[in-house]
Structure formats: C-alpha cells, structure tokens
Write a protein that binds this ligand. Structure first.
Ligand SMILES: Nc1nc2c(ncn2[C@@H]2O[C@H](COP(=O)(O)OP(=O)(O)OP(=O)(O)O)[C@@H](O)[C@H]2O)c(=O)[nH]1
Length: 766
C-alpha cells in the first residue's frame, strides 16, 4: 500500500481537502497542506469517519442486489444493519442521520455498508437503482437514489454539521473490525515481508507496522523481516511460528542424513580388501567366498556382482566389496572405502610393505575406516610377519602384541589358514563400531558397479546401506531413475527385498548410473522421475559449462605456455568400473607438452553420437571390450574418426602414451613449389636418363622432392639427383627456363611427363 496524500484521500471520499485537514486537526494530526502524506493510522481513523464514501463505489454496486430486499433486510441483517434500522424505521430515508450511522462502521466493507444504505435506495429509485449504480460517480445530483448520491448527501450533511456528526462518528472507530481469527501457527522460510507476515496472520499490514513500531522498529510494508523479528511479532500475537528449511529434493545426500536412531538395528559390516599387487587380495576374496558362500549355498554358483555376503559360524553376516585389485583401479578402490566400514589390508609376509600397501593405508585412513592387517602367505617358508609389523609401525599401525591397537591376523589365503580368525576379528571390530541401520525405512545406498546389458538393459549392483530395497520400489540412482524391476542376490538368486549392507543387482533403470553414485528410494514413481530427470538435466548443464570452462582454461594455458597441445579422448568400456579405471590412468599419463582431456566416458557400445562428439572435438575414441555398432562404424569411416579397440588396459595406456610422444615430433606438410614439363630425354651411361625439361610453374630446386606424373597419374615419387642448367649444377631453376633433371633411382622418364617439385614444410601445431 503506497502512502496517500490528503488531497487524494479527499478526492476518494469526495470531500474538499480542507475538510480532511480539519478532521485531522481534530484528531491532533497536523498536516501542513493538502499535499501532505497521510500515515496509515490516520487513514484508518479517517476511514472511520468517511468509510461510506471511502469504500468507493464498487462495493456499493456489488451490494446492490441486496438492496432489493431492504424490507426483509431488517430482520435478516445482523449488527450493522441493525444499527441503521432504527434510523430507517424512525426517520425514513431522506435523512442523512440515518445514513450517517451506517456510513460510520468504519471498516465495514461493502456488504455491511450496503445494508446501512439500502433503505435509501429503494425508497427513491425503486427498481432502477442497479444500472445507475454502475456509473457511480457521474451525477450525484440527479442520482439521489443511487448509492453515490446517497454518499454525497451524507457528505453534505457531514460538512454542514460536522459538530453533530462527530458525535456519532467518533464512538464508532473503536468498534473493532471483525478481526479474523489468528492462526495457531505460521510457517516461513528464510524471511517474510511485512505484507506477507500480515497476510499470514490475517491482519492489516498497517497493524503489523504499528506493532513493529511499538517494538522500536520502523518498517515499510515491503520490508523484509528477519527470523527474530518475525518471531517477535508472532509472540505479540501469541502465534506459534516455525521456520521451514527448504530441502532440495534432488540432492540425494540429504536422504543420507541419519534418521531416528531408536529404530536402528544391527547390520552386517561392509568390508573392502586392499593391498599391494600379488599380495593375495583375489586369493583371499575367493577363499572367503568359497569357504563361506558356497558351503552355505549347497552347490550354488556365486555370480560376480562386485560384492558378496558371507555368513560365519555364528550366523553373523559380513559383506565384502569385491573391488578389482589392479593398480589401475585405484579410483574405484578409493571409492570402495567410502561405503566401507572396515578395511582389510593384505600384506604378503614374504614381501612386506610395498607402495600400494601404503596407498591402501592412506585410503583407509582418509575414509576414517578401521584397518585390520591380514599378514598373508604365512605358509611360505620365507614368511616374515615381524618384518611386516615392523614396517607398518612406520605408518602408524602398531600391532597389539607390540602395545598398539592395530589388529594383525596371520593368514594363508591359499590354504585357508587363519581366515576364520580374520572374520572373527572383522566382526569384533565392527561390533565396537556399533553398525546400525533401520530396515523399516526406504532404502538408500551406493552403486558398486553398473553396466549396459544387451538383454536386460541397465544393470546396477547396489549396496543397500540403510533401509530395505524392494522389487517395485521407485528409485533414483545417480542421474538415472526407474522402478526396481528385478533383483538378483550375490548368489545369483532372485530376491524380493534386500536389507541393510546387502549387495544386490537390479534392473529397471532408464540409463546406466556410475559406480559410486548414490541411490534413494522415493515414495512414488512420479517423484522419482522428477528427481531423476532434474538431476540428469543439471548434470548435463554442469557438463556443458565445464566444457566451456575447459576451453577458456586452455586458451589461458596456451597463451601462458606458448605451445600447448591437447589430446581429446572418448573412453567407452563394457563396465563403468573399467571406464573409470582407464580414465584415471589416462589422466595420469605425463607427456611433456600434451594434456590428456577425456571429454566423454560411458559404459556400452560405441555409438553414432560418440562419433559425432569425436568429430566435433577432434577426439580419438578408445573402446575397451566394446565395439562400435554398424551405424557408428559407418559414421566413423565417413568422419575419419579414429577408434582404438583394446582388450588389455595397459595396452591402451601404452598406445596412447606412444601416440602422445609421437605427437610431439614435428609435423610436416607438403608444399608444391613448381612444375616442369619434360620436353626430351637423354640417356647417359653412368648417369642414367636426363629429362630435358622446361619449368612451367614456380621453380624446381635441387633439394626438392619430385613426383613424375604421366597422364594425371603419379608414376613415381622420389628425390632429385641432379639439377643442371646447361652443363652447370643449379640450385634452382625458375619458371620459363630450361633445365636437365635426373631423378634418384628412376630412369623411366618420358617426354611430356610432368615433374612436380615439392618440399616438406614444418607446420605449426594446432
Ligand atoms: N603361498 C601362498 N601364495 C599365495 C597366497 N595368497 C596368494 N598367493 C599367491 O600370490 C599370487 C598373487 O595372488 P593374488 O590373489 O592374485 O594377488 P592380488 O593381490 O589379488 O594381485 P592383483 O590382483 O594382481 O593385485 C597368486 O599366485 C596366489 O596364488 C598365500 O597365502 N600363500
């Protein structure tokens, strides 16, 4: 509401400004002139006097229809109409007095005023009052019957006998507005403007402003109020207030906030086995799986889904993440530690602590995961567990036997010795960690592995970290979504549900998520779809903006480094894990002057869109265990896109490294410098055939390369042996001159052959 000036108000109520100024002065409000602005509080007071007119004509028009029942109005209308009744009854219409009263009910909106005035209208104009009322302001004079007319007349009377009028008017303002009931509670997020708060409270903004003023704060209607002020005002009204924290539904991390701990139950620990190459990770994982899983599952064939669960002799479960052990998979292993409760670090007793042992320790420490050291290969005569313990103290892992708190378990992954006690220790450590989850909640967890399966579509191995995942659940996985169509357990059996710490393979997603992505089950499919789609869109946007940023960075780098080169790669592999491992290794390639940029990665076949991207960005495509489909092959041929297909990771890396080094060699481009036409040939013993030529274009130089062209076909390409002008050797012969040319290792020159001379020029790298 903007502030109103005296003359504006006067116009509104159809009174002279002077009268308004007088009224104000009676209220002890001093205004200098008709241009003065009125405070909201003063307007409210004036409204108390002039409400009838101030309410404007529109409300009257609305209330018209009601006037057709003025007679019954008497019985039917409550309060205000009641007040007007006596006057109607007594003095009948003509009078201003009778109307002045109804006019007064200050805020009484259209309806109530209408009631008050109704009697006048019907009395004078009968049935035709309605149309007239539609043009309210026109002629108050003629339209004495119309509402505005009535209003005016009121006004006259007001003006004429202000004194008398004042009496009845003044008592009325106190007559409270029909105040809306206050709400029991209001909510807001971050802040509210005065107007918004007033609306929520069902009060006039002016009232809230007044309250603020009383509290010592000057505020305008559009002013933002902070949390404290909102609380203060609400306290004044005794209304409960609550700040709503706006939750980003699409942020999956939000769902990982711990819920009510009382509902939590014990859950199996999730364990990752890490260690140096050849120290026995795979053997240990296999050994555990075979002794425990297959023993329990009579004849069951364990399928590889990136994780499995074992049950110990006391029916306690342990989940193992079967992360690949190759050094190139560091990325995935590091990620494995994120969902891991406990890390077993395998150290071969005959080999001791090696670089990757240290790396593994650092990953586990970074993830704040307890470590158990499995001293492996104890069956070997060369096993020296003391050395392992000794070496590990340097990395802050001191064995219990030596006064520290790190558990060391001597084992032989090969013979199975010590594995039971290793599992026992795992359970012991996890008991201390009090691993809990609430099987009753909707599932959340992490993707361990995902791939595109020809028959089944997107297949993802999920680790349920909390809650229970069920077939049919609407789910968002990373930037993909869907409904859990089918679930397969680590033992290859169909499952209907999977509780906390259970790995399970699911189908039903619209796309292939990435290893390490979070998943969340939603209440309904619609929400899941919305969240999934929003995430996919924003991921795409981020990807796009990153791409632009990279280009800008490159520009800067190029300026800085003078000659900066980049190798754009697109990496496709059969499984997401391999994609990531390869991408990580490729990014590590360190060839001076060349930057590797992986512009796109993905699991699945090489597609036409990959080719399009490669063509647009001048990229090479690396395919690991995948092939381009027919369309992609055609497109690649057409666009000249280079696709490298491999089955062994290190070969990929080697090849790219080699190519990168090759890229550093200078690049040359052929430049044709001239042409000569052979006019005659001379055979000279010892020298060979001399081509007597006439230079028709450019020049022929002694050191240029030459091509012999016969009827448009290149018959030979080589170097000049001798270039003579008459009997003398010449360095170069220009256009319009004759010369004798012999070509190295080529004597089959013929008359009318064209000799094209070219040089190889070094070109600047792009
Ligand atoms: N004697 C003996 N040999 C073992 C034991 N554990 C593993 N090996 C052998 O050590 C070699 C390497 O074992 P892997 O299990 O492949 O080792 P890894 O750590 O998984 O190796 P990467 O997968 O290459 O990282 C294999 O030849 C195993 O048979 C053990 O307890 N005793």
């Amino acid at each position: 509401m903007t502030k109103i000036r005296v003359h504006e108000y006067a116009k509104k109520v159809d009174k002279p400004s002077k009268e308004i100024i007088n009224e104000l002065s009676k209220m002890n409000v001093k205004v200098p002139n008709h241009m003065a602005t009125l405070e909201d509080t003063d307007v409210t007071k004036l409204d108390g006097i002039y409400k009838n007119a101030a309410a404007g004509q529109r409300p009257q028009a609305k209330s018209r229809p009601a006037t057709s029942r003025p007679a019954q109005g008497n019985q039917s209308r409550p309060s205000q109409s009641g007040q007007s009744r006596p006057s109607q009854g007594g003095q009948t219409r003509p009078s201003g007095q009778s109307q002045s009263k109804p006019a007064a009910p200050s805020q009484g909106q259209s309806r109530s005023q209408g009631n008050g005035q109704r009697p006048t209208a019907p009395a004078k104009s009968g049935s035709n009052f309605t149309p007239k009322a539609a043009k309210p302001t026109a002629g108050p004079g003629q339209r004495s019957s119309g509402r505005p007319g009535g209003g005016n007349r009121n006004g006259f009377q007001n003006r004429n006998r202000k004194g008398k009028q004042q009496q009845p008017v003044n008592p009325l303002p106190p007559m409270p507005k029909k105040e809306k009931e206050l709400p029991a509670k209001i909510t807001f997020s971050e802040s509210l403007t005065v107007a918004e708060l007033a609306k929520k409270l069902g009060r006039e903004p002016s009232e809230v402003i007044k309250k603020l003023f009383m509290l010592g704060a000057m505020a305008t209607i559009n002013q933002e109020l902070d949390k404290d002020t909102i609380e203060l005002i609400c306290a004044e009204y005794e209304v409960e207030v609550e700040e709503e924290i706006i939750v980003d539904k699409t942020d999956l991390e939000v769902y990982f906030e711990p819920e009510d701990e009382n509902l939590n139950q014990e859950r199996p620990p999730v364990v990752t086995i890490m260690g140096h190459v050849d120290h026995g990770k795979t053997t240990l994982l296999d050994s555990i799986r075979h002794t425990k899983v297959t023993a329990g599952e009579a004849g069951g064939i364990t399928q590889h889904i990136g994780a499995y669960q074992v049950v110990d002799d006391n029916d306690k479960k342990i989940t193992f993440l079967d992360t690949p052990g190759h050094a190139a998979f560091t990325t995935m292993r590091a990620r494995g530690a994120k969902v891991t409760d406990l890390a077993i670090i395998v150290v071969a007793a005959d080999d001791g602590v090696m670089p990757q042992t240290v790396e593994a320790i650092n990953h586990a420490k970074a993830a704040e995961v307890p470590i158990i050291i499995a001293v492996n290969k104890m069956d070997k005569p060369s096993a020296n567990p003391d050395r392992v313990m000794q070496e590990l103290t340097e990395h802050g892992l001191v064995a219990e036997a030596w006064g520290g708190d790190t558990i060391f378990v001597p084992i032989s992954a090969l013979t199975g010795d010590g594995i039971d006690s290793l599992l026992e220790m795992v359970l012991l450590v996890s008991e201390v960690g009090e691993l809990k989850a609430n099987p009753a909640r909707r599932a959340i967890g992490t993707v361990i592995e995902a791939e595109l399966d020809k028959g089944r579509g997107s297949v993802a191995t999920l680790l349920v970290q909390d809650g229970t995942l069920k077939v049919g659940d609407p789910i968002v996985v990373g930037n993909t979504f869907g409904r859990v169509r089918a679930m397969v357990s680590d033992t290859g059996r169909r499952a209907k549900e999977a509780g906390p710490s259970t790995p399970v393979e699911i189908t039903g997603l619209n796309d292939v998520p990435q290893a390490g992505d979070r998943f969340v089950v939603f209440e309904d499919e619609k929400t899941a779809r919305q969240v999934g789609e929003t995430r996919a869109t924003s991921a795409l946007q981020v990807q796009r903006s990153e791409k632009t940023r990279v280009t800008l960075d490159n520009l800067f780098d190029q300026l800085k480094q003078g000659e900066m080169k980049e190798l754009n790669l697109i990496v496709k592999a059969d499984v997401q894990g391999a994609v990531e491992a390869m991408a990580a290794s490729l990014l590590k390639l360190d060839v001076e002057g060349v930057n590797v940029k992986i512009i796109h990665t993905g699991a699945g076949a090489i597609t036409e869109s990959d080719i399009a991207l490669a063509a647009a960005s001048n990229a090479i495509i690396i395919g690991f265990n995948v092939r381009p489909d027919a369309n992609a092959k055609r497109a690649a041929d057409a666009e000249g896109v280079d696709i490298r297909l491999h089955r062994i990771i290190y070969k990929v890396i080697e090849e790219i490294e080699f190519a990168m080094k090759g890229l550093l060699d200078p690049e040359f481009e052929e430049k044709i410098i001239g042409q000569a036409e052979i006019r005659s040939t001379f055979k000279v013993s010892k020298v060979g055939t001399i081509a007597g030529s006439y230079v028709t274009e450019g020049k022929i130089t002694r050191n240029s390369g030459v091509r012999v062209i016969r009827e448009g076909i290149v018959v030979f390409e080589g170097e000049i042996d001798t270039l003579k002008r008459f009997k003398d050797d010449a360095k170069e012969v220009a256009k319009g001159y004759e010369c004798g040319i012999t070509i190295k290792n080529f004597n089959d020159v013929k008359e009318l052959d064209i000799i094209e001379a070219f040089i190889m020029e070094e070109i600047e790298r792009k």
